[in-house]
Write a protein that binds this ligand. Sequence first.
Ligand code: NAD
Ligand code: UFG
Length: 334
Amino acid sequence: MNILITGGNGYIGSHTYVSLREQFPHAQLVIADNLSNSTVKALDNLKKIVQEEILFHNIDICHEEILEDLFSKHNFDAIIHFAGFKAVGESVDNPLKYYNNNLIGTLNLVKLCLKYDVKKFVFSSSATVYGDRVSPIVESLELLPTSNPYGETKAMCERILMDVAAINPEFSVSILRYFNPVGAHESGMIGEAANGMPNNLMPYITKVAKGELRALNVFGGDYPTIDGTGVRDYIHVMDLAEGHAAALAHLKPGTHIYNLGTGKGTSVLQLVDTFQRVNGVRIPYEIVGRRNGDLASVFADVSKAERELQWQAKRTIECMCRDAWNFEKNYVLI
Ligand code: NAD
Ligand code: UFG
């Protein structure tokens, strides 16, 4: 099997490379990534983990001719498509940047799949496409408009893939809707390298633990949840990575949508408590007002992925906190 991993040098893509190598030891894995949100150091560390040279191409998948050159040289059997921008706030400030990169990249890939007869496609989507729904969330729900352009690009890409699969009976698409990926590879060599001010909870906590930020602002203490703080379905990035290998192994014609989460909700304060306990560090925090657009409680129904992909998230919240900190305390930006 010959697999193209777009965005394979990023946070989730690099961990997925590790899982794919374990699951498909003889596959040829090719990364296409323009390093717009990842580093050469991450690539070097990935090489050390998998102990092999990596077929890496520094290309922008929005450049159709350059991407076609890659398709014409490799006989790809499958695409796992991670490449895209993902910062919700930035997408509100700069919508065209998001519509351009996330849509053009996906359109180019799908066009070339049809032209070069690549039949398997795995797509990174997000729970954000569900909008405001009561949890646990099932895949069969109709999508609601999201509150930001980033979420809209995910919903539009899903739609493009579904429409193309509908008229190309051999095209097999797996749409994976991630809940909240956190943690890092157990080696501590790859992980989520947040540049600048982190927006997400776990990267913020690790920066506070490191002393780079003074205290965590907990957005809202009056939600109808166990302790008043927001509840999310955190999933260890290695479980998520293994979900991609399972999705690829079980691909079948048509479009198939799966939630990748644990099915369990954890509040902000529960996550902070666990982080402090397993890592022996203190996380000062302050409860402040709610963040615009946040939902009280979001967690997945994961029964479809468990049933059809024979995959289940195994790693605990303790493991997520330990691995996130292990990566952050060793990480030096180059
Ligand atoms: P990331 O930014 O770490 O990785 C994305 C990679 O794609 C980066 O290495 C970047 O350099 C590359 N890239 C971006 N645009 C490109 C282009 N035009 N051509 C080539 N390479 C390009 O992000 P991630 O957290 O690993 O997320 C991967 C995918 O999963 C994204 O599509 C994201 O929207 C989706 N997703 C992420 C989360 C999350 O919380 N991390 C949640 C849901 C969905
Ligand atoms: N939170 C804080 N303080 C912070 C950051 C976050 O209290 O500094 C809280 C939020 O209010 C929320 C929880 O921690 O209750 C998780 O927030 P994140 O920003 O880590 O994650 P979100 O669930 O808001 O968003 C994430 C991704 C989105 C994706 C969405 C899908 O960032 O890209 O999951 O469910 F769309």
